[in-house]
Ligand binder design. Structure first.
Ligand code: ZN
Length: 260
C-alpha cells in the first residue's frame, strides 16, 4: 500500500470542519507525516491512533504548517516518556517556534532534528528539501522511492526550482493560495492556482493536487484555473481524501473517509 491522505487543505487558518496543511504518507507501512498545521493532529490520530509515526517533515515554521507538531511532542513527552526519538526534518526555525511553547523542556529529548534544506535517506525514501521563496525559510519536499516521486511545495512564490522539485512526479502537491492581488506584489512568496498549474506542467508531473486554499476561496474555480496550463489531472486537496501512489490509474483511485 502506497498512499497519501490529506489531513488539511487550508492556508493561514482553518475553515469549519477543515484543517491547515498536512498529509499522511503510508508507504508499505512506513508512516511519514508531511506538515502538521492547525487541527491536523486529531485527524492524523484517527488514522494512526497511537501516534506512532516514523518520521515528520515540516516545510517551514509558520503555524498553519507546524503548530500541531507541538501536540505530537506532548503525546511523546507525556504519553511515551523515554521512547525512541522521532526523526524530524525541518528548517531550524520550526523548533525555535515550538520551544517558545515549551521553554522548560529540551525538545531534543523527543525529536531527532535533521535540518532542511538538505538530502537524506528516510526509511524507503530519498528525501530532498529544496529552498523555495517564502516569508521565512521554506523547503519544498520531494520523496522518491521505487522510481515514484511525491513532491510538495509547502508555501512558495514562483521559481524555476518548482520544476526541479516536481520533475516527473507521480503527484505534485502545490499550494494555490490565490490571495487577492497576489500577482501584483513586489515580492512573490505565494502562488496562484494558475501558476501552480504552470509550474506543475514545467515539472512534467503526472498529477497535480492543489492545496493551501485561502479560507473562503472557490476551490472549483482554482482547479479550473490550474487546468488551463497543466493539461493533466488536477485535484483539489480535501480532508480525508486518499490517493494511491504509483498505480497507472491512480488519477481516479481515491476515496474519502478512508481509515488507513
Ligand atoms: Zn501557509
Amino acid at each position: 500500500m502506497r498512499q497519501v491522505t490529506v489531513l488539511g487543505s487550508c492556508g493561514a487558518f482553518p475553515e469549519p470542519g477543515r484543517a491547515c496543511s498536512g498529509f499522511a504518507v503510508d508507504w508499505n507501512g512506513y508512516r511519514l507525516v508531511l506538515g502538521l498545521g492547525y487541527a491536523t493532529l486529531p485527524r492524523l490520530l484517527t488514522h494512526w491512533p497511537d501516534g506512532a509515526v516514523d518520521a515528520v517533515v515540516i516545510t517551514h515554521e509558520h503555524p498553519d504548517h507546524c503548530v500541531d507538531l507541538h501536540g505530537l511532542f506532548r503525546m511523546r513527552f507525556y504519553g511515551r516518556p523515554g521512547g525512541p526519538r522521532l526523526p524530524l526534518y525541518c528548517p531550524p526555525g520550526v523548533l525555535d517556534r515550538l520551544s517558545g511553547l515549551e521553554p522548560d523542556v529540551d525538545l531534543h529529548t523527543v525529536f531527532e532534528l535533521h535540518p532542511l534544506p538538505g538530502s537524506y535517506r528516510v526509511g524507503p525514501f530519498d528525501l530532498t528539501g529544496l529552498p523555495l521563496p517564502h516569508f521565512v525559510p521554506n523547503a519544498g519536499i520531494r520523496l522518491q522511492a521505487d522510481g515514484i516521486a511525491l513532491a510538495y511545495s509547502g508555501d512558495t512564490g514562483p521559481t524555476p526550482a518548482l520544476a526541479e522539485l516536481g520533475r516527473g512526479a507521480d503527484l505534485f502537491i502545490v499550494e494555490a493560495t490565490d490571495r487577492d492581488g497576489e500577482t501584483s506584489r513586489p515580492t512573490r512568496n505565494l502562488l496562484t492556482s494558475t501558476e501552480a498549474g504552470r509550474w506543475a506542467r514545467r515539472a512534467g508531473a503526472r498529477r497535480l493536487m492543489l492545496t493551501h486554499f485561502w479560507p473562503g476561496n472557490d476551490r472549483e474555480a482554482a482547479v479550473a484555473a490550474a487546468q488551463v496550463d497543466f493539461g493533466g489531472a488536477v485535484l483539489a486537496a480535501e480532508e480525508e481524501l486518499t490517493l494511491m501512489l504509483g498505480t497507472p490509474d491512480s488519477g481516479c483511485a481515491c476515496r474519502r473517509g478512508a481509515r488507513a
